[in-house]
Write a protein of this length. Structure first.
Ligand SMILES: NC(=O)c1ccc[n+]([C@@H]2O[C@H](COP(=O)([O-])OP(=O)(O)OC[C@H]3O[C@@H](n4cnc5c(N)ncnc54)[C@H](OP(=O)(O)O)[C@@H]3O)[C@@H](O)[C@H]2O)c1
Length: 227
């Protein structure tokens, strides 16, 4: 395979929103779901997010559980998976948690239009900067470069623009959707997949591979992507 195995995870409300319309990374997962996502992270070689999630939510993307980190180390892995940000203009604040929280290998995937000085400054602080594409990150190329760096399994954690681009290109193997018993509403609140959207005839079809109904009111649905 020319790319790593890709698992996408999303937490949504019952009305399909992945954040409020304020777009500040509103919590959606229950404590049990957070623990599940922590395990998914611990099982991944890299955790990937899109540029707006990177700048807006400023996620740490580290494994929270001490025992899961210890398990990784016992398997000969680093404490945390690599963190991967997809950003065409390399729009990352130097003091961001994405860069600071760790220890973790940090990889930014950008385009030829990124500022060379900024690339140099990031590399000087140990960030690996990969270039794939011109206007937007070329995602098949980006995944192939990650594979060449030894990354076999990627967990994609949003947002909807990156999710849609990956799904549309057939670059996702599994999709996990946690539906929380909440409603956010809001026409402009983000959803699982954004982008330009698809006509009904082009809709991506999913194969449901599992459903877990939880006591906390949440439902977890596992899908495989029909490639
Ligand atoms: N509930 C959840 O599971 C969850 C998880 C994550 C995020 N979220 C929410 O999702 C929202 C952010 O999502 P979003 O859709 O606005 O942004 P996003 O998917 O996080 O980031 C999209 C950005 O990535 C960069 N990019 C570069 N190349 C790309 C390519 N080929 N395809 C797609 N993106 C590319 C672009 O930004 P540049 O031009 O800057 O490069 C693009 O605008 C936030 O409200 C966040 O809280 C929810």
């Amino acid at each position: 395979m020319e790319r790593p195995y890709v698992v996408m995870n999303v937490a949504a409300t019952a009305d399909g929103k992945t954040d409020t319309s304020e777009r500040r990374g509103a919590p959606i997962s229950s404590p049990r779901d957070k623990a599940r996502v922590d395990r998914l992270r611990a099982e991944a070689d890299a955790v990937m997010v899109g540029g707006r999630t990177l700048s807006g939510d400023d996620p740490k993307l580290t494994v929270k559980s001490e025992s899961l980190r210890a398990e990784r180390v016992a398997r000969g892995l680093s404490e945390n998976p690599a963190k991967v940000g997809v950003t065409s203009r390399l729009d990352v604040r130097p003091e961001s948690q994405f860069l600071a929280a760790g220890p973790a290998r940090i990889i930014l995937i950008t385009t030829t239009r990124a500022d060379q000085k900024q690339i140099g400054a990031l590399r000087a602080r140990g960030v690996e900067v990969l270039v794939a594409g011109e206007m937007r990150v070329d995602l098949p190329d980006a995944l192939a470069q990650l594979k060449a760096l030894g990354i076999q399994r990627v967990l994609v954690e949003g947002g909807g623009t990156l999710n849609f681009a990956l799904l549309r290109l057939g670059l996702v193997d599994e999709l996990h959707v946690f539906i929380a018993p909440l409603i956010f509403g809001g026409e402009s609140a983000p959803t699982l997949a954004a982008g330009v959207g698809l006509a009904r005839v082009d809709a991506l079809s999913l194969q449901r591979t599992g459903v877990d109904v939880w006591d906390d009111g949440g439902v977890l649905i596992h899908y495989a992507l029909s490639q």
